[in-house]
Design a protein. Sequence first.
Length: 435
Amino acid sequence: MTEIDERNDYGKPDNNLDRLIELGEQLPRMPEDLKARIRTRLAEVGQEPEKKNFLFRRWIIVSPLAAAVVVASFLIFFWPAGTPGTVSWADVQKKLEQVHTMAFKGYIEVSTTAEKQIIDCWKVYHMDPGLTRSEKYPPDTDLDESKPKSIFINKREPGLSENLTLYPNSNRAEWVTHIFRNNGKEIPSSQIINLASENWKLMERITADQTKRIGNRSFKGLPAVGFEFEAPAREIVGYSGEPTGQAHGQLWVGRDDGVPLFAELKFRNTIGQNVRIETSDIKWNVPLEEGLFNISVPTGWNLNRTRIESAEYEDTRLVSGIIMQIGPDGREPLVTADDVAGVVGAEQTTDYDSNVPGMMITIELKPESAKRLYDYGEEHPDQIMVVNFNGQIKVATKMDVTHTTRLSFDISLLGLSLAELETRYFTTSIERNKP
């Protein structure tokens, strides 16, 4: 035994302590101060009577696995209860900055005092830059066993988005080519290229003091640490239910690496429903097959094709002499052309089976004018707001809920293309994309 001790240095306490701590490294990550406390305690054990010390050393030699159990008992004794990992919110944010591909399952559940139901469930795949696939399934079904109701495939690049939606139950497909123009800015505000990383932008803005650690659990055998937070619902929910107030969120991440595993968001919508959005089975930076994002229509399917051209403007106004009156139908206008601060954008939609393009225009009102229009609408919710555009058409409109100084209206009945609209009615024009 003496020969073995000398050859392997098991008779040296410092080396024994190092080996114990190395074995403990297989457990959840250990802070340096905890290592120091374990070392101190083990050193105290090494100073006990020689007989006990000898037996302790011999046990370590015979059973390294048993030594790891000893270290585990020290971890339980010294490590504060409820915090078996050292991942922090800063660790989580670092991971959020590194995502390139992501796959997950999602659910939307709405509830009232009377009932609760899942209204949407889907599988989503993102590959940056610019690739997305979303499969929508019937509510309350097994997403791994069921056939999707629809499959949405999206390819994005600056200035262009190709969107294909497949409906397997009816062998029908819709293909939309969306062209963006934006006065020379790098990427239009309405276009997002990297959706894998964009999904987590809000989490990057939430600071550590806005989060609270809520415990530990496992997801499919993976140990996880939970964080919760609150934020204004409108800032973080891209959901048509018009969220209101504060949204309460939870994010569960891998205990040792900070990789997101599960997310939950709860808020109320404007019609009083409680909404819960769940994101689960998150796969992070895993290889995804290019075939998932293949834009092609199966042979024999019915295909409808549409082209949308959106333009965003800066320093663009209506030409002098344009008549613009906005107000309740049949009453004096509340807003005129003098109240228009500028033209924000326009969008032309062309169905390949139709010769008449659809046309929407969005204008920005001066703040005091927008408030006058908004206040009237709040006091008279039954009144329809109408736009008289240059004495040529009258169409209904309403304020933009996300930009309270903006409103949009449809002027398709004029039968103009986007180029003709810009030339006739706007003070500036921008370089156009070729069809």
